[in-house]
Design a protein around this ligand. Sequence first.
Ligand code: GBH
Length: 489
Amino acid sequence: MAPRLPGFSRRDFMGGLLGAAAISTLPTHFLGAASPSPNVFVPFQFPKNFLWGAATASYQVEGAWNEDGKGESIWDRFSHTVGKVKGGDTGDVACDSYHRYKEDIELAKKLNLKSYRISISWPRIQPNGTGKPNQKGLDYYKRVTDTLHAANIRPLVTLYHWDLPQPLQDAGGWPNRDIVGRFTEYSEIVTRALGDRVNHWAIFNEPWVFTFLGYSRGVHAPALKDFPACMRATHVVNIAQGQAFRAIKAVNSKFEVGTAFSMSNCEPATSSPEDKAAADRAHAVGNVWFVNPALKGEYPKGFPGENPYDMMGVKSGDMDLVKAPLDFLGINYYRRQLVSAIPPGSGEASAGVYTFDATQGPLTDFAWEVWPDSFYELLMRINSEYKKPVMEITENGASYVDDPDAHGVVTDDRKITYTRGHLSALGRAIKDGANIRAYHHWSLLDNFEWAEGYTQRFGLVWVDFRDQRRIIKNSGHWYAKLTANGNLT
Ligand code: GBH
């Protein structure tokens, strides 16, 4: 696949607030790498009990979109709408993991995984988003988690990885506070039903992504461009996180409960005070908008002046509801972003936040820059801002469109280089005091990459989407050696 055109795509970080993405040139005083010798590789011996893992998500791998009583999700609706997903791809079949989960877990075993992160499809459990659970849906996840236990692999289960039951979107979706009760009920059903098999739960996957990309930028389901609705959704999601946390703990106080947050290191594009302030706002909104309320009971300062609490619909008493002493912070990390206060087409700093894709390091086939040092910086920042929280890397990885050769070998050295570099950064963070107990590569399998369809390949295992053949890539063989002894060289 050809990488995107060179140039710097500057986009409005909030989306829908001040206009859409635009191409423009980089500010002249670009800071570049903070370190004099960037991205040096440092070998590291990971601790014995470190949890080596990989991750997938229901809509991206399961397929079987209308089997065994499953209801329609907003991603079924989105991908069935012409023009929304590249090439008209859908998750109707995906990796067919609904039928092939045993084979997938065999592969996880071959990679010596100690942890496998999956997500539950809400509309498999409650086809309409409310009421009595669909037993066949619950049974599927019982089979999956039983198979994981038999393989000695810890399941880490995400309750919501974006596949909202469509009827709940029809009732207003995440901007409507009624969803808090629905989500809490669903969380209780699932944790009760699977609680004898699963001890580790992630409440949400990437709240920033499903609120901002879904309700403000409109590039993900439900494809809305409504900034006030998006801001309301962020507050409702924070309340839902707090209420679900308490509901899950009430089922079993020994459960370990966190969320997987999307994070990127936010670096000012220039040394101007405006860009520095914009980078801090990007960190506040993009990285910790759903962490700070849970752990500190307040929103971080994400806007010039006061945060838009009226727009968000914050009521008195709400800030008690959003609090939740999460047992661990899940971190999904892919790349840094450069942040500027200057809107596209303008020479002057504004109150907005605009992000650039950095292109100083090599680019993946998704045109994401490879810059491992920034991973270290982000981890150390979170470590100090939240006083040494327990962290799990819930996702990290890269898409390279490397296909098998005539002998069925997938040579994907660039993916090894990406992963090795980021694991070195992670090792340095552990050495410097960060409390990180797990790493999940995204992904175990090539899969349905949302609006990009099947054009991106994040897997350690290559998948032929015509006949569901799976081949462990060279990066997978490399990972299997590493996971066997934890010795990164
Ligand atoms: C994570 O999303 C997801 O948890 C996972 O499901 C996904 O497959 C994986 O990472 C790889 O992408 O931001 O406007 O340029 C990361 C968030 C959202 C990043 C979509 C890429 C493209 C649209 N991803 N985004 S934009």
